[in-house]
Design a protein around this ligand. Structure first.
Ligand code: URA
Length: 237
């Protein structure tokens, strides 16, 4: 694809704006300034305009370790958003959005992409994508609570929750795997069994695991292997 089209499609500006950027030496391909708008670029090239990386015709996928106090939205009048985190690191955030939501006080794995179809599939109730959370509890976790969670509990919806998987870490900490994604679901499930969530972190979503080298607020692009794993859900496998 021509360089100017590649950049315009990728959101760097209009075709005439990007031609100007190219002429002024603001565009590099694989680290080398290129001043020809008709230079040919492809999927494997790293194209940057004024320090930001662009990619045309290819979806982008980022894994964020969401910190607390940041909201899972694209824009917000009051709070910093997960998209602001990427923008502050000079990522071109055009069309990016978080796949589903984590509460403001929840941390951990959040997928950010511009692939609407994949997002739809991951969030679809029909696909039953497992989500695993590390859950810190106010009170001791009992075998009775475990039994109820694994059978399904009434959180005030039409039906009880689907059976969850529970792994006990200690008296006040569990790993909980659920298949639905109702509003405040984990907090409501623990409330329904007489306990209370005081700490919540998502560790897994389908085949994707939070990279434990990512500190709070850090992100990275997904590997090809991770993207392919997500696409197996997408294809209904
Ligand atoms: N369940 C919750 O209660 N909150 C979250 O952020 C995610 C799952």
């Amino acid at each position: 694809m021509r360089l100017d089209k590649y950049l315009a499609d990728g959101g760097a500006g209009s075709r005439s704006q990007v031609k100007e950027y190219i002429k002024k030496g603001k565009v590099s391909v694989n680290g080398i300034i290129v001043k020809n708008a008709d230079a040919s670029v492809g999927d494997d090239d790293v194209v940057e305009c004024m320090g930001k990386r662009y990619s045309a015709g290819k979806f982008r996928y980022y894994m964020l370790n969401k910190p607390v106090d940041v909201v899972s939205a694209t824009t917000d009048n009051r709070d910093r958003t997960v998209i602001d985190i990427l923008k502050e690191c000079d990522v071109n955030v055009k069309d990016l959005f978080p796949v589903g939501r984590l509460d403001k006080d929840t941390e951990g794995l959040l997928l950010i992409t511009d692939d609407g179809q994949l997002s739809h599939e991951l969030l679809s109730p029909k696909k039953h994508v497992d989500k695993t959370y590390e859950v810190g509890l106010r009170d001791l976790f009992t075998t009775e609570m475990e039994r109820k969670l694994t059978e399904g509990v009434d959180i005030g919806e039409k039906r009880p929750t689907m059976p969850a998987k529970v792994q006990i870490i200690n008296d006040k900490k569990i790993l909980l795997t659920i298949r639905e994604g109702k509003f405040h679901q984990v907090k409501r499930m623990l409330m329904a069994v007489g306990n209370e969530v005081i700490y919540l972190k998502r560790l897994k979503m389908g085949p994707l695991s939070l990279d434990d080298s990512l500190g709070q607020g850090e992100f990275r692009e997904l590997s090809d292997c991770e993207i392919n794993a997500l696409k197996t859900i997408h294809e209904g496998k």
